[in-house]
Design a protein around this ligand. Structure first.
Ligand code: UDP
Ligand code: MN
Length: 585
């Protein structure tokens, strides 16, 4: 990379004036950083949003045009993104705030709202020069009962680290918070930003998905950029997110997310240095990440350049406001939280846009220990698990039939859920002439199959009841690796919902069941495989392990499971599968 840089700037000096070479140099410069062979939809609905000739970012040997001239040095708690450890006599407050907010607000409250954090970017990122006329941006922060200091640190970091000419406003959208300090005090506080920070409030709880769509409608910037209410943006974070959008209004850009520890507020990168990841999913619609495939990584000249990604984690991204609204914003039928990242990703890609992750833009996010809020009235209005209903709405709209089956194989109870009316979503898909899911899988999300191959059908699914004890095999709520146990059959719920597929894999949720000398275990499924050792015999009701050549047995009078030499007339070796009923019917 450095070689390219030096060669170009010297070239310029040495051959300046040699007219014959001028067109060549022009070409070299205008094509710096441009990606080739885009999986774009020709003649798509949004063709006019792609500008023809635009200045592109270029790599220079000096410091990039929006880089801070000298680093800011400060001392104090949590400065330089260091962990801040509270005293013993503060531990009660720490524990109390941790359970109220899912993060240690007692710790956050002691850290400056203007604290410094380490620059986690690749060194190359300091040397990009971006166009000077990038679009103006509304940074939208939606919040529901968030802690004051984390919310305000998000705002301060944006104000401190964003070139003002690109910041139209910071738009705070209160999703009907009930905490006192988020009321009048907030209006007073933001007056110091002299109109740059605007606050609007929902009249009732809308959930994060609808609140973001409302924020987008209300925003005044050409570009909208969403942040969670507990973020800290890093050095020169905005221009690299805007540059791709400036080139092509149908590109959504995503910063690389760093972690802020929810107990100590230590700021640290999540990914190994220089390694790039991108967003994918498994067939139960859980969000996953995968190292960028060589095919995509190699399309770029420099490792600090943006790369294409099938999807994103959800909270943090930038998009042209008109483009977002012309895609119908988020599906208004999605409730509160979950699945909206997939909905937006599928619709962007399938309808002619694209998603790029931007390594030179880093934003820290506090990953909480647990979700501190409930879904309020919104959850009661819908029966059944709300997040799975969201997933079903998304897959019923955007998946082709073949792929829908993978989802129902992985989440058998989802077949019984009511998604509500999706006719408007289907009409939009038609109006925008969106591509099939098969196209998306072939051209964009091709690496999903490497990790999560096509799912064979379930031969049996439901509870697995032992004939002797009449109790059921159960994960007991433990994560892998752990021993499977037994408990009274509930007839519902995820801990007892097992699936045996046509290739002998026994699954529970996204996990698998295997066996060794210690017993029957819940384990991580081997990535990229969907087969397993299990064989169920319909006549003897035994569950046979083909490798160890033994059967699953319950030890009499205990809840301990292990592999034993098969005894087909012993009821402790006999099991029946029974499909579960959805609990909400
Ligand atoms: N949020 C909201 N309304 C809700 C739930 C969440 O406005 O009903 C906000 C929340 O305050 C946060 C953002 O939406 O700023 C994302 O939520 P969260 O951080 O809980 O999601 P996670 O990061 O855990 O995915
Ligand atoms: Mn969050």
């Amino acid at each position: 990379m450095r070689i390219v840089q030096i060669r170009k700037s010297r070239l310029l000096r040495v051959v300046a004036g040699v007219l014959l070479l001028v067109p060549l140099i022009y070409l070299l410069f205008t094509h710096e950083g441009e990606s080739s062979s885009e999986p774009k939809v020709e003649g798509s609905h949004f063709e006019s949003l792609r500008s023809k000739i635009r200045k592109l970012p270029k790599l220079v040997s000096e410091l990039g045009n929006f880089e801070p001239k000298k680093p800011i040095v400060r001392t104090g708690p949590g400065e330089a993104g260091k962990a801040h450890i509270l005293r013993e006599d503060q531990q009660n407050d720490a524990a109390q705030s941790l359970s109220e907010y899912g993060m240690n607000m007692a710790c956050s409250d002691e850290i400056s709202l203007d604290r410094t954090i380490p620059d986690t970017r690749l060194p190359e990122c300091k040397h990009w020069e971006y166009p000077e006329d990038l679009p103006r941006t509304s940074v939208i922060i939606v919040f529901h009962n968030e802690g004051w200091s984390t919310l305000m640190r998000t705002v301060h970091s944006v104000i401190n680290r964003t070139p003002p000419q690109f910041l139209e406003e910071v738009l705070l959208v209160d999703d009907f918070s009930s905490k006192e300090d988020l009321k009048g005090k907030l209006e007073d506080y933001i007056t110091r930003f002299k109109g740059k920070v605007r606050l609007i409030r929902n009249k009732e709880r809308e959930g994060l998905i609808r609140t973001r769509s409302l924020g987008a409608k209300e925003a005044r910037g050409e570009v909208i950029l969403f942040l969670d209410a507990h973020c800290e943006v890093n050095t020169n974070w905005l221009p690299p997110l805007l540059a791709p959008i400036y080139r092509d209004r149908t590109i959504m850009t995503v910063p690389v997310i760093d972690g802020i520890d929810h107990k100590s507020f230590e700021y640290r990168p999540v990914y190994q240095d220089g390694h790039h990841y991108r967003g994918i999913f498994e067939w139960g619609m859980l969000y996953k990440e995968n190292e960028v495939p060589a095919k995509e990584a190699n399309r770029r000249k420099h490792n600090s350049e943006p790369y294409k990604s099938p999807t994103h984690a959800g909270g943090l991204f930038a998009i042209d406001r008109k483009f977002f609204l012309s895609l119908g914003a988020y599906d208004p039928g999605l409730l509160v939280w979950g699945g909206e990242n997939f909905e937006l990703s599928f619709k962007i890609w399938q309808c002619g846009g694209s998603i790029e992750w931007v390594p030179c833009s880093r934003v820290g996010h506090v990953y909480r220990g647990f979700m501190p809020y409930n879904f309020g009235k919104l959850a009661q209005r819908k029966k059944g698990p709300l997040i799975t209903i969201n997933y079903k709405r998304v897959i019923e709209t955007w998946f082709d039939d073949k792929f829908k089956e993978y989802f129902y194989t992985r989440e058998p109870l989802a077949r019984f859920l009511d998604t509500g009316d999706i006719s408007e979503q289907l009409a939009l898909k038609k109006k925008l002439k969106c591509r099939s899911f098969q196209w998306y899988m072939d051209n964009v999300a091709y690496d999903v199959f490497d990790k999560f191959p096509e799912l064979p059908k379930n031969i049996h699914w439901g509870e697995l009841r032992n004939l002797a004890s009449s109790t059921c095999m159960d994960t007991l709520g433990h994560g892998p690796p752990s021993l499977m146990g037994m408990s009274p059959c509930h007839g519902y719920g995820n801990n007892q919902l097992l699936r045996l597929n046509a290739k002998g894999q026994l699954g529970v949720g996204e996990r698998c069941i295997e066996a060794d000398s210690q017993g029957i275990k819940l384990v991580f499924c081997r990535l990229g495989t969907v087969d397993g050792p299990w064989q169920y015999d319909e006549t003897t009701h035994t569950l046979f392990h083909r490798v160890h050549k033994k059967c699953v047995a319950l030890h009499p009078q205990t809840t301990h499971l292990s592999l034993m030499p098969c005894d087909v007339v012993n009821t402790y070796h006999q099991w029946t599968f029974k499909e579960l009923q959805p609990r909400w019917q």
